[in-house]
Design a binder for this molecule. Structure first.
Ligand code: GLN
Ligand code: ZN
Length: 750
């Protein structure tokens, strides 16, 4: 059998691309040097794949920033303002991704969105009235030729036209239909040019096909492909899907004149069922059987059982999605061998594909036996007490009493806050000094006492400053935390942390998700010390600050031998202990962040409740269900894109929710009103994802808009999100404006 991968991590084994790119941004290395560094990485990666025995190598899966952006660049879908800048191609490319501010002009970056249900972000292309679609970049051709010259015959990959059109934004008055002809023509030119260069096949990535498709969307898809495939210029076309199954278009897909179809057998709940209905003998099935998202070893017996049921005549073994979503290699980790043997990062997954092929074609009982033995090991001891506690949970455990309306009255009396109370989301700027001191402490260069003194000093400064500016509900600032998930993971049993397990998140930035290794329970109180300390320094209420169970789970690599529901409930019980300890320590307001709740919403609406919200929301409620009525529970969510799940958010039964809103023009407020949202709300009035200080009067206008739509006794005034990544100066200036604007609005209410 042939073996391949959909794509390979781009940043490099030690994030070389990130470091070169940043050096280029700082002007320390030239464009040529950056391009050369990228070339070296591509060569290394092709070599690795080849050496690992992978028979079909992809090309153009590499990117200097993002492959959707590459596709926009290829198709000349570049906003006029950027087009007009007198820049080199690479500079213009980065201008789209990051904005450009300099001698040659001032343009804003294109927006960024999460790539399906991953933590990778793509750049959202924008079609404008005068967008002229035509081929405008040689990247895909150059990289094919580059590989060819090195002796690697590759299969170029490209975001498919349907996914591209569906993910793009459109200037008012334009729609996908306006660009259809030119897009199809452009893709056909790609076919032609690749064929001329000697390519035999092309992978068109169409992950959007795993979402629910309306009749209209389906018609658009078929329309595009029927015309696109009318002349393939001699290329074999692989339509590659991932992140789910293609139930809405399976029959159509297998009837199209494509040559190969790539399907996800890991996340695609119905993939096996679909192919069991038949797969044409003249097409190749690319079977995504090795998980491209998780870091655990493949269970060969299970994979073989799936492969056996696949009726296709020709199967190519591949990954469930691009390996971009897993770290590079376990070779640079320091786990004990007994632990490490359970992990497979990108490089190890290549060996798994080859193993599976060897087993299927040659038998190889020794390989199979070794893998079987690994899965028969009792990897971790089960915490039976915990399992029993979870099995015994009922609806009542996730129900807080009295009901919200009654608590609202009690809390108003008890807290006695002014109208439109002001607060922040938790973190204050993590300056170089804060980060350096934390690192010094971790390396043992400064004593625990010195570190504590440093943190106390930071808290004192910021508590004092918040009082001075006039905030109503204060925060301690989260200076002790490097990351809102890792910090909790480090204080919970059951977590492991990799040294080098970086995964691309946005641009050249990586995240290092912690690994859930075994059952999770709390080892000791986590946040009580610093929250109580901060509270002891002021008469004003200080918010306790926790990360919620769903977010902790979503930003970790989850176990595969336990359901994510069960793992989340374990985390929920641990965080619940923390909530109760904070309450006992006299903290009256506790915020439980669920920044990542929205992002793991299943891609299909029909799965939202059963597969996710039905357990995720009760898990959140479990965390706070037994606090006293006068303890006020806050939550925070990033992105206001929850218009579709407003009742679910309300049923988290928090007393107050803050959310990112200032970029979304507050459209969410109409929906909250229409759906009779009960929870008090703090829609962000200051965009913290930009260094910009809101202009005079800007926050005032935002507050007016909010008050026009939400009753004033339900409104809180706060920024969009935590301020950790911002500089001190802009933060302080902006927050002073925020408090002033709230005070002005408050006067207006009387
Ligand atoms: N409390 C966190 C902070 O302020 C919330 C961050 C987030 O929502 N991503 O940093
Ligand atoms: Zn946030």
């Amino acid at each position: 059998m042939a073996t391949t991968v959909i794509g390979f991590p781009r940043l490099g084994e030690f994030r070389e691309l990130k470091f070169s790119t940043e050096a280029y941004f700082r002007g320390e290395i030239s464009e040529t040097a950056l391009l050369e560094a990228a070339k070296q990485l591509r060569r290394k990666h092709w070599n690795l794949l080849k050496t690992a025995g992978i028979t079909e190598l992809p090309s153009n899966d590499f990117s200097h920033y993002d492959t959707v952006l590459d596709t926009a660049f290829l198709l000349n879908v570049v906003p006029k303002a950027v087009h007009e800048l007198d820049l080199t191609d690479l500079e213009r490319y980065f201008a789209l991704a990051r904005g450009y501010q300099g001698e040659k002009g001032d343009v804003r970056a294109l927006p960024m969105k999460k790539w399906f249900n991953t933590n990778y972000h793509y750049i959202v292309p924008k079609f404008e009235k005068d967008t002229q679609v035509r081929l405008a970049s040689n990247k895909i051709f150059d990289e094919f030729a580059e590989a060819q010259a090195l002796g690697f015959h590759t299969r170029p990959t490209l975001v498919g036209p349907f996914t591209f059109l569906q993910l793009a934004d459109y200037e008012e008055g334009t729609s996908p239909a306006d660009f259809l002809e030119s897009i199809i023509a452009a893709y056909q030119t790609v076919f032609e040019k690749l064929a001329d260069l000697g390519a035999e096949s092309l992978q068109l990535e169409e992950p959007i096909l795993v979402k629910d498709l309306s009749a209209q969307e389906k018609a658009l898809f078929l329309n595009i492909y029927e015309r696109l495939l009318a002349d393939k210029k001699g290329l074999a076309i692989l339509v590659q899907t991932y992140f789910g199954d293609v139930r809405d278009v399976y029959t159509d897909l297998i009837n199209l004149p494509i040559d190969a179809l790539g399907l996800d057998f890991i996340e695609g709940k119905k993939t096996l069922e679909l192919v069991s209905t038949g797969f044409p003998s003249d097409k190749i099935l690319y079977a995504g059987i090795v998980n491209g998202k998780n870091i655990w070893r493949n269970n060969y017996e299970q994979s073989l059982a799936i492969l056996e049921k696949i009726p296709a005549k020709t199967v190519v073994l591949t990954t469930s999605c691009s390996l971009l979503h897993v770290p590079f290699s376990t070779e640079n980790e320091e786990f004990e061998a007994t632990i490490l043997q359970h992990f497979a990062f990108a490089v190890e997954k290549l060996a798994e594909l080859r193993d599976l092929d060897t087993i299927v074609t040659k038998g190889a009982p020794d390989i199979l036996a070794k893998n079987k033995a690994l899965f028969e090991l009792e990897r971790v001891e089960k915490n039976t007490d915990l399992a029993r506690r979870i099995a015994g949970l009922t609806e009542a455990d996730s129900t807080r009493l009295p009901a919200f309306a009654e608590r609202e009255v009690i809390q108003a009396k008890q807290l006695n806050l002014p109208a439109l109370p002001t607060t922040t989301i938790g973190s204050f700027p993590q300056t170089a000094e804060v980060r350096a001191t934390r690192l010094a402490f971790r390396k043992g260069e400064i004593s625990a006492q010195d570190y504590d003194n440093f943190l106390a000093q930071q808290i004192d400064d910021w508590i004092g400053w918040q009082e001075e500016v006039g905030f109503d509900v204060l925060v301690h600032g989260e200076f002790e935390r490097n990351d809102m998930v890792e910090y909790f993971g480090q204080n919970l049993s059951g977590y492991l942390f990799s040294k080098n397990g970086w995964v691309q998140s946005y641009g050249m930035r990586g995240v290092k998700p912690p690994i859930i290794w075994s059952d999770i329970y709390r080892l000791q109180p986590i946040t009580v010390k610093w929250s109580s300390y901060a509270q002891s320094q002021t008469e004003k209420p200080v918010k306790g600050m926790l990360t919620g169970p769903v977010t902790i789970l979503n930003w970790s690599f989850p176990r595969e031998d336990l359901s994510i529901k069960e793992s989340t409930l374990q985390i929920a019980l641990a965080i619940k202990e923390e909530v109760l300890d904070l309450e006992a320590a006299g903290i009256k307001i506790i915020q439980i962040d669920e920044a990542a709740l929205r992002e793991k919403l299943p891609l299909r609406k029909s799965d939202w409740y059963e597969d996710y919200l039905d357990w995720a929301i009760p898990a959140f409620r479990l965390v706070h269900s037994t606090v006293a009525p006068d303890t006020q529970i806050h939550t925070h969510m990033c992105y206001s894109e929850f218009t579709d799940i407003i009742p679910a958010i309300d049923s988290m039964d928090a007393d107050v929710i803050s959310f990112e809103a200032s970029r979304s023009n507050l459209v969410i407020l109409d929906e909250l009103k229409a759906q009779n949202f009960q929870t008090q709300v703090g829609p962000g009035v200051y965009d913290i994802h930009s260094p910009r200080v809101p202009a005079n009067g800007e926050i005032d206008r935002t507050i007016e808009t909010i008050l026009a739509k939400v009753p004033s006794h339900k409104v809180w005034i706060n920024p969009d999100c935590g301020l950790k990544t911002r500089g001190i100066k802009e933060t302080r200036e902006s927050l002073v404006r925020l408090v002033e604007a709230a005070k002005t609005a408050r006067r207006g209410l009387q």
